[in-house]
Design a protein around this ligand. Structure first.
Ligand code: ATP
Ligand code: MG
Length: 443
């Protein structure tokens, strides 16, 4: 993309309404525009990162054997009356009446709808296990929408639903989700720690929230510092292998890590004092096995191998796709702007032409741009007629991990400069080597 033809409305001023750094930077970098409280337009660069995050979530879900589909945002009230949640949900649910006087709602989540899909088609244990997921907009009329996309009213969520014949099988589905989530967040350059969460009125031990540690997080968390040394890394995993998935769950959940809802001082006191940590965290996902809650109330039954009709065991597993943009920025920025992890960056690198209109500099930039594109990358070429300082400030603000700087002086010696946004370190090299370097990073 050429910046002169792109739509990147960066702001010089720091918007007064934004209280936390990710919100400020998303506004300043021209990623989002508020439409009304907690509801945003995703401007081109924000939309690009959102799509990138969605793609990673999709890839990791499909790797785990989970099946993508799409359910609507507007749902009929009847299904929620059936499950009993129509009244329970209260004022957070946006209720709508259509022209025929039918009660509708903008879905805050999808258990009812997906259970209705399941019970309409699945009759036998032979059709299970089954995990259906979608990535769709949700609406929750939060009392206090704030922090930009972090706590929106309209937000983008991945929600997956597991259907199994037995509790045992459902717990394997739970473990499979835990593993796939660890991989997903690491690919985004994030450390998200599974913490024991509160099962709410349904209770049960089988729910974990994934938290990214950040001062601005809304949850208070307590953990054993050893947990921050764990990485999933590039290990191979067979998602059908029950023992393998269980071993990962054991490894990542055996140390103390809880949110304030489940925190227990007495158990925490058993962690050696020097490893006890209290901090704040951003919830970027949650996994939840809830047994037969919805299959009981909504009569979703299948035939087991003995021919008995039994309610199906279910779980819900969510990732806050739009909230992740905020969480990533909270975890990765400096006072100049965003520092995108390579996995989610909107453009692979920036090209800064120090002297637009200089024949040699223009030609070198065009050639770099064309070759990077030919190699399958997506560079952002700042071809505007601007001062170098302004171009650098924009690049730093929007946070592309790599920048290639091209100017007449370097070209006289046959070199361009490659700069890492994260370390600030620069290195001179020929344009050919620069291309190899950038292509190599994303290979
Ligand atoms: P919270 O406790 O933050 O209100 P939740 O536990 O009610 O969230 P879930 O139902 O678990 O949310 O939804 C799955 C994921 O969706 C959450 O882990 C979170 O990352 C994201 N999410 C929930 N509410 C919002 C919101 N208002 N804005 C943006 N993302 C959200
Ligand atoms: Mg949650």
């Amino acid at each position: 993309m050429r910046l002169s033809r792109y739509f990147l409305p960066v702001l010089k001023e720091t918007p007064a309404e934004a209280q936390i750094v990710s919100h400020r930077l998303m506004l300043r970098a021209g990623m989002i525009k508020q439409a009304s409280a907690g509801i945003y337009s995703w401007l081109p660069m924000g939309y690009k990162v959102l799509s990138r995050i969605k793609q990673i979530v999709d890839e990791e879900q499909e790797r785990a054997g989970h099946i993508p589909m799409l359910m609507p945002t507007l749902q009929p009230a009847e299904l929620w009356q059936e499950s009993g949640r129509y009244n329970d949900y209260g004022r957070e649910m946006l209720r709508i009446e259509d022209r025929h006087g039918r009660d509708m709602l903008y879905g805050p989540t999808n258990e009812e709808l997906v259970t209705d899909v399941f019970r309409s088609y699945v009759r036998s244990y032979k059709d299970m296990p089954l995990t259906l997921y979608h990535i769709q907009w949700k609406f929750r009329d939060e009392v206090r929408p704030r922090f930009g996309v972090m706590r929106g009213r309209e937000f983008y969520m991945k929600d997956g639903y597991t259907f199994d014949l037995t509790k045992e099988a459902a717990l394997h589905a739970y473990n499979r989700h835990l593993v796939s989530y660890l991989r997903t967040y690491e690919r985004m350059g994030l450390q998200a720690i599974p913490m024991r969460a509160d099962g709410g009125p349904i209770g049960g031990d089988y729910t974990h929230e994934f938290l990214v540690l950040a001062e601005t997080g809304e949850s208070e968390v307590f953990y054993d510092s050893e947990i921050t040394d764990l990485r999933f890394g590039d290990r191979e995993i067979d998602y059908d292998n029950v023992e393998q998935c269980e071993a990962v769950l054991e490894e990542f959940t055996s140390r103390y890590a809880r949110t304030d809802e489940t925190h227990d001082d007495a158990i925490f006191a058993e962690v050696p004092e020097e490893r006890r940590r209290t901090a704040r965290g951003i919830e970027v996902g949650q996994i939840f096995y809830f047994g037969t809650k919805y299959s009981d109330s909504m009569n979703a039954k299948v035939q087991d191998p003995e021919g008995n009709l039994v309610p199906v065991h279910m779980g819900s597993h969510g990732i806050g796709v739009s909230r992740l943009l905020g969480a990533i920025i909270e975890a990765s920025h400096d006072d100049k702007g965003i520092i995108w992890p390579e996995g989610v960056t909107p453009f692979h690198c920036g090209i800064v032409n120090l002297k637009q209109g200089d024949e040699e500099a223009d030609a070198a930039c065009e050639s770099l741009y064309a070759q990077l594109k030919a190699a399958g990358l997506d560079p952002l070429y700042d071809d505007r007629n601007e001062r170098a300082g302004g171009k650098f400030a924009t690049m730093d603000l929007i946070g592309l991990p790599w920048r290639i700087t091209v100017g007449p002086r370097g070209l006289k010696n046959g070199v361009v400069e490659v700069t890492s946004r994260k370390t600030g370190g620069s290195e001179e090299m020929t344009p050919e080597v620069a291309i190899q370097r950038i292509v190599g990073i994303y290979a």
